[in-house]
Design a protein around this ligand. Structure first.
Ligand code: NAP
Length: 156
């Protein structure tokens, strides 16, 4: 099995890489493909297309992202959404085009309500708008209440 770990030098990607290396060390036939951002910038559509076509991994683990704290996200929202959408669109579509069978995409735990029971389940966000629809959310538990000013002023 050929596995491309995107973002292997990051917190999540590094942990996944370690697990895959352990499994390989115990005899599993796993071939791990990694590239740093300077070797393969995932916001570059043609570079990602050429990489996927040449390497043809069986599995892609998408742990690459522009990541920051709440302050950085609130200060530079356009940079975060641009880079992360570019990475996701390029990797997901070019993986599909290259015939990749399995893709794991990581979402931030911040998409879930603050007070959700731990450990949280995948359905814990039901009934809450979450980060990607936060301007629409009326839920008092949603930690993203404070970004309502992103909506256009009344009357426009
Ligand atoms: N669900 C959860 O509980 C949970 C928890 C934590 C994180 N996450 C998610 O997991 C993902 C990774 O988070 P993290 O904390 O591991 O982030 P991180 O430590 O900052 O690592 C991000 C990685 O992405 C790579 N990267 C960024 N931009 C890139 C680009 N344009 N091209 C290629 N590589 C690029 C970086 O590569 P370089 O090192 O080469 O710069 C780095 O290895 C995020 O989507 C985050 O929301 C989810």
């Amino acid at each position: 099995m050929r596995v491309f770990v995107a973002g292997h030098r990051g917190m999540v990607g590094g942990a996944i890489l370690s697990q895959l290396q352990l499994r390989r060390a115990t005899g599993e036939a796993i071939e791990i493909i990694t590239h740093s951002r300077s070797e393969l910038n995932l916001t570059d559509q043609s570079a990602v297309r050429d990489f996927m076509a040449a390497e043809r991994p069986d599995t892609v683990i998408l742990a690459a992202a522009k990541v920051g704290g709440i302050h950085a996200n609130n200060t530079y929202p356009a940079d975060f959404i641009y880079e992360n959408l570019m990475i996701e669109c390029n990797v997901i579509h070019q993986a599909f085009a290259a015939g990749v069978r399995r893709l794991l995409q990581l979402g931030s735990s911040c998409i879930y309500p603050k007070a959700v029971p731990q450990p949280m389940s995948a359905s814990a966000a039901d009934g809450h708008a979450g980060a990607d629809q936060r301007a629409l959310c009326d839920c008092q538990d949603c930690r993203y209440q404070t970004v309502r000013e992103l909506q256009p002023p009344a009357g426009r």
